[in-house]
Design a protein around this ligand. Structure first.
Ligand code: DGT
Ligand code: CA
Ligand code: CA
Ligand code: ZN
Length: 570
């Protein structure tokens, strides 16, 4: 059923796009865009909006469509539109530089209906000859088309996680499986993953194999051996999966082997060799010909006089030396609050109350609400008046929840001219100010660093959010010299954010280590735009382990009292 405003907004926008492709009356199209905008701009969540149809900006037609969608979760209007527009056009909407309007013109004026016809019209010069399209934009479109639909070699982890969850749900339903575990790069939480690996414990491999081959998503079976099943699935992405089915006593050594990394394994084997032993996926072969097996990875590492090495750290083998001196890592259980989240006041899907209740459910002792500031108009950013109004609302709501400290903050933009979106006079009224960059991604290193410097040196800015701006596999970071940013952060007592959203994960392992070595504090935040996003904290904490971080490096592990104290002064 329809649970959030986002779904309605998406429906309205999708209808508008299809209407654009159909070259419908611009007034009709803009009615749908306006309706979407007015829902977006309302600061209540769907559950709190009993009068959604009477919102200004929602007319008779849009109102009926919304009402039907709310009641049934369906939209016959959209279904009809989909039938009227060539199916091959839709994937082209994802091409960089092509929106609904431009694509509509190519469709109507040149007969573009799919990838092939688009390429044809680009090559024969017809697109370039159209008004509003130049040589440059044709070039950009061609590049975008080439990227489209080609199966990448590696997938960003965020694309892979939902597939893994789907697979795991299936594995959990196979009765003959005693236990299973993620292995390979997914278990190590590499930023990109080539294929998924699972180690499965079972007495009878053939029964498990038969069940695996019945997985509904399979597009190809590449191997159905005795103990190894390899398939390819076709779901949100097309990706290969290796399953290893092993007997109970071999589970741990197989898990270690297939977790890798390859270089970690090579180094472990060297260590075994030095003590006259041999590691394989089946166990540890002692000099006397006896094979040892283990009941846990802890026991496995202990056999080599090593502390447990978290999978996230199994990298190039050097971790095996390093772990001997440093092995207390932050874990998600140490996190006592989330310091970056959005509500319906800007572009979040849930209200202040709903976010508070969701944070209480997570067991947090404190939280900061940080909606966007006015610069970010696309996200319905708050101007001074609304920001201070929200501040009051947050305080009012907070009074009803003694179990958690709810602080009022803001995610303020650092503008392209290296000024800030709000004056100090406004900022000083807030509990916690986050600054971040959402614009001018193509600026020079010098310009970017100047902006970050302004933010760090501001007496009210406590944290730089998503400090590199990258989207894994999709958008390069802006030109930030992280080392220099760390230095600025140190000098100005500004914290840096490990953004836990698996699309972002700003600050990689190397950056985190640099920050730790310089004594810069970090915050692991989810930047939640939805209550379910609060769960990103698990991934965030695991990325922190990749950076060898301890509890004391992270500000949101502070006790409730210490955090309150911390807020008083930069
Ligand atoms: P990926 O799939 O490229 O994202 O990265 P991985 O690490 O998941 O690589 P994958 O799937 O080829 O193999 C899974 C693990 O199995 C790997 O991390 C270590 C182990 N492994 C596979 N092949 C070899 C090998 O030739 N030598 C050693 N030592 N280990 C291997
Ligand atoms: Ca793999
Ligand atoms: Ca593999
Ligand atoms: Zn944010």
């Amino acid at each position: 059923m329809v649970k959030s405003k986002k779904e309605i907004i998406h429906l309205l926008e999708e209808i508008a796009t299809y209407m654009e492709l159909k070259d419908e009356n611009p007034f009709k199209i803009s009615a749908f865009k306006k309706a979407a905008q007015s829902i977006e701009n309302d600061q209540r969540s769907l559950a709190e909006m009993d009068d959604i149809l009477s919102l200004k900006g929602i007319g008779k037609t849009t109102g009926q469509i919304i009402q039907h969608f709310l009641q049934t979760g369906k939209s016959p209007e959209l279904d009809q539109l989909k039938k009227e527009v060539p199916a091959g056009l839709i994937p082209l909407l994802d091409v960089q530089g092509l929106g609904g309007k431009k694509l509509a013109r190519l469709y109507h004026e040149l007969g573009v209906i799919d990838r092939e016809t688009l390429l044809r019209e680009a090559q024969n010069g017809h697109i370039e000859a159209l008004k509003g399209f130049g040589e440059k934009s044709v070039q950009k479109i061609m590049e975008g088309v080439k990227e489209l639909g080609t199966r990448p070699d590696r997938y960003p982890i965020d694309d892979v996680l939902p597939v893994a969850e789907e697979i795991e749900e299936y594995l959990a339903s196979i009765r003959e499986i005693k236990q299973f575990h993620r292995a390979g790069s997914l278990r190590r939480l590499r930023e990109t993953v080539r294929d998924l690996d699972y180690v499965i414990e079972a007495e009878h491999a053939d029964q498990v194999r038969a069940s695996l081959l019945q997985l509904p998503l399979i597009s190809e079976v590449t191997n159905a051996g005795d103990t190894k099943v390899s398939i390819e699935v076709n779901t949100s992405i097309q990706i290969a999966i290796d399953f290893r089915i092993v007997k109970p006593d071999k589970f741990i050594t197989a898990l270690h082997h297939f977790t890798g990394s390859k270089d970690h394994n090579i180094r472990m084997r060297q260590i075994a060799k030095d003590q006259g032993e041999k590691i394989s996926e089946y166990g540890v072969l002692e000099a006397n010909g006896h094979t040892l097996t283990f009941s846990s990875e802890e026991a496995f590492f202990k056999h080599f006089k090593l502390p447990f090495i978290p999978a996230e750290l199994r990298l190039d083998g050097t971790e095996i030396e390093k772990i001997k001196t440093k092995h207390d890592f932050v874990s998600v259980a140490d996190i006592r609050g989330d310091l970056h989240m959005h509500t319906t006041w800007s572009d979040g899907a849930y209200s202040i109350q709903e976010m508070i209740e969701a944070c209480i459910k997570k067991g947090y002792e404190y939280m900061v609400i940080t909606d966007h500031g006015k610069f970010l108009r696309v996200a319905n950013g708050l101007n001074e008046k609304r920001l201070l109004e929200q501040n009051q609302e947050i305080k009012k709501a907070a009074a009803n929840y003694p179990e958690i400290d709810v602080y009022a903050g803001v995610e303020m933009d650092i503008l392209t001219d290296a000024t800030l979106d709000f004056s100090d006079e406004v900022l000083q009224q807030l509990d916690f100010v986050i600054a971040s960059i959402h614009s001018g991604f193509s600026q020079t290193e010098q310009e970017i660093m100047k902006r970050l410097e302004t933010a760090c040196s501001n007496p009210y800015v406590r944290l730089i959010a998503h400090p590199t701006g990258r989207i894994i596999g999709k958008r390069e970071p802006y030109k930030v010299r992280v080392k220099e940013l760390i230095k600025m952060a140190k000098e100005t007592h500004t914290a840096l954010e490990l953004n836990a959203n698996p699309k972002r994960l700003d600050l990689n392992a190397e950056h985190l280590q640099m920050a730790q070595e310089s004594g810069v504090k970090l915050a692991i935040n989810t930047d939640a735009h939805d209550t379910t996003h609060l769960d990103f904290m698990d991934i965030g904490a695991r990325v922190a382990v990749k950076g060898w971080l301890s509890k004391s490096d992270i500000i949101n592990t502070m006790t409730r009292k210490d955090f309150k104290q911390f807020l008083k002064k930069k």
